[in-house]
Design a protein around this ligand. Structure first.
Ligand code: 5GP
Length: 122
């Protein structure tokens, strides 16, 4: 796992160095609309702590932060009205996972049928 990069784009959003379209914030969690949405609802939920990836978060975050993170996911999904019809949550991880931004984030995609889970290409 790479070391956390303090200059990654989500770190800059957390520091307020670049703007975002915020949808939720609490002591441990920040969430904002994806700049290039791939569904009518496309929100990125991120911990405020410095975690590179979902495995870093799961292994190293205190229980309070993990609980806050998933409680926020539930609140945001309910507020956005995507719990009845459903939604997809994705945590791209590392090179094979196609992760572009090395700060753990969960994509919440909803508002339409999201399609197949992965491409059929081997
Ligand atoms: P990843 O491929 O790392 O799972 O996803 C990174 C996501 O961050 C992409 O969906 C991309 O559109 C989004 N993104 C990249 N830069 C920015 C930004 O400056 N602001 C926002 N709101 N989203 C961004």
């Amino acid at each position: 796992m790479p070391a956390y990069d303090d200059d990654n784009i989500f770190a800059k959003i957390l520091k307020g160095d670049i703007p975002c379209d915020k949808v939720y914030e609490d002591d441990h969690v920040h969430a904002f609309n994806d700049i290039a949405p791939q569904a009518p609802v496309h929100i990125l939920v991120i911990p405020k702590g410095k975690y590179v990836s979902i495995d870093d978060f799961g292994a190293n975050a205190p229980a309070e932060e993990i609980k806050a993170f998933f409680a926020a996911v539930a609140k945001i999904a309910a507020e956005k009205g995507i719990t009845d019809d459903g939604f997809r949550s994705i945590a791209n991880t590392g090179a094979d996972g196609g992760q572009e931004v090395p700060h753990f984030h969960l994509h919440l995609l909803g508002g339409k049928h999201i399609g197949p889970m992965v491409s059929k290409a081997a």
